[in-house]
Design a protein around this ligand. Sequence first.
Ligand SMILES: [Zn+2]
Length: 818
Amino acid sequence: MNKSLILIATGLVASFFINIAEASAVSQTKGTFVDKFRQLDEVLPTPNVYRSAAGEPGESYWQQQADYTIKVRLDEEKRRIDAQETIQYHNNSPYTLKYIWIQLDQNIFRSDSIAERTATFNSKPDVNLGGVDKPARITLNQLRRQQFMADNELGFSINKVADGRGRGLEFVVVGTNMRVDLPSPLKPGQKTELAIDFGFNIVEEDAVGARSGYEHFPDDAREGGNDIFLLAQWYPRVAAFTDYEAWTNKEFLGSGEFTQEFGNFSVEIDVPADHIVASTGVLTNERAVLTPTQRERLEDAKDADKPVFIVTPEEALENEKAGSDKRKVWKFEAQNVRDFAWASSRKFIWDAQGYEQGGDVQPLVMAMSFYPKEGGELWEKYSTASVIHTMEVYSRFSFDYPYPTSQSVNGPVGGMEYPMITFNGPRTILQDDGSRTYSLSEKRFLIGVVIHEIGHIYFPMVVNSDERQWTWMDEGLNSFLDGVAGREWDPTIPWGVEPRSIVDYMKSTNQVPIMTQSDSVLNLGPNAYTKPAAALNILREVILGRELFDYAFKEYAQRWAFKRPTPADFFRTMEEASGVDLDWFWRGWFYSTDHVDISLDKVYQLQLDTENPDIDWERRRQEEANKPVSLFVQRNEAEGRKTWVEKNPDIRDFHDENDRFTVTNKQRNAYQSFLDKLEPWERRVFDRAIAEDKNYYVLDFNNVGGLVMPILLQVTYADGSKEDMYIPAEIWRRNAKSVSKLIVTDKEVREFAVDPNWETADVDIENNYYPRRIMKSRIEAFKWQRSTDHVSRDIMQDAKTKLKSEEEKSDEKSEDQE
Ligand SMILES: [Zn+2]
């Protein structure tokens, strides 16, 4: 986007929000007053029998259930799956359904999908008259994607849709959705069966960029190389039917993830016999697919205190050399999950360790990792350990991990979550000597992404929020908790969820509120991940405190485990369970694009008048004397110039001996009569205040950013001691732009500072100090150089260059590597 376009776009966004602010101001008052504490009930949906005003599932809460039986066959050569599924659909709603909507997410890769047709291009040529034009740019990755999409037929082929007795049903495909018309209406409490035969060509993840796909390893010893297959969004899934939206049939555009129903799965996965399969659920036919040694190791892993190899690195290396014509069928069962994903490859090393969490929900969880040799020591050391650490921390904040397995699989997807299984991308780097190393950032990436994706098994795989509408509800809450878990792993790693991490984003101009539908969000990372995560951190550490926050957050997690919460349910529960009014907080952080910038503009130091003229008027005389003397007078004195009066002292009179601060008995009588007229209690209060003679400071605060927040004030006294004061956000309730606060102290104050520990994401720290500080920074000297373009290059000299020989080229290459 060129600069003027950016400016226009920003202008539009800014004026849009100004209009909202003005509109709401107009509707409630004359003038410019904006009530940042206005009740949120005006915005939230009306409570009803399905969702209560407390943010709880209501007395008539319901949700649908879809159970799946699937047989799937992976064709490794064609990189294709073909499958038959039976869906048993339970209508628990109070409504009669004539049709069922099914999600066909693979159709996002069809050339006629909305996602493909609306993909935008963001590198335009810079055509500059008289200067040098810059061409538009396209990455080789983008070209690779275009070629892959053109060469392959993608999207679901739906070969049959039938009812439970095999009779064909009418269906209509609408983009990534499919409507199946039922032979007779499905009444409340009834269930029905659908049978669907389907298949699709798997996308190459590296070429397309997706949440699943295959990755090819051409350099493996086996002829033709090997693949890792990650399968997700791979079967026609029932669309969610909810109390607040009915059928969720917003097209899958890529950003807005999935809105799913819970159900039970029975899945048979038919793969080459030498593949290892990792999957949602529990393997139910170990004897048919694992060797006796592997089964023994798996048993040993249950009470091991370190991960145990089920398939060792050496065995995996041997495995990836051969290949097999035979097939094996892996059978998995999963109860009460909202989705099902799996991975398959002959490259997999497999380690496992039992996590004994106790309790009676799931006392033993098998934490497992599957990775190729490319994952190496990095995965061996950190993957399964991170899986266990995540469960330890998340369960403390929510509920016991409810499933029998918790898995991390390495593959081409950078990071993606499904029930009981996650796909994570980090790898080691192969060096010339055959060894493998990993950078600090790759190590941090692995630990961070495993924590994040395993954390998603809680949010949204169990606390089943609507991802297609609200990315923040799973990503924001999960980023908040992965920050907690991450910092309990190693607090020196920058986890990106501290208030100070979001300051640049908060003050940036091109923004939408957190409460924006997933596919329309600008800057998904900061908007849906870090801003809500930092907001929750601030809510926990600054506003509610850990005790109130943790109680309310756990209440939310437990209320909505295996149910479907909406944003209102979260806002209401947090407020209700903590007992603290947070309407202003949700309004500011989730519904607006305001940022925090509280400025301490002025501080006045005041001394209480005694009313005694002999004291007060002398003080005023001193104040007068402290003012600068006229430069004219100073210079006349310096020149030795005497005034007429000085030269003629006998001309002096009464007025030369007295000034306007001279006290007479008239004032003394007035003072006495002031004292006499005070009521006894007034006299006591007055006398005590005079005796104590405290320091009165008036502080003028200005809310530059617009977001109302508590004022965290640190007072540094003249004697060097410090005191922290907490002024709740409600100080802004009558005037959200500027407020004055009186602070009375025994000791004299040297400095006031707002939020000196950077706890509130205040974007301008420097206006927080009174008096202001000198800002320390750096300056660098540099040598100016003329830029070289195709006109100014020295062609006469360049033309003398000789073409490099093969030898010289290889010398250069080895130098590059040093
Ligand atoms: Zn995530």
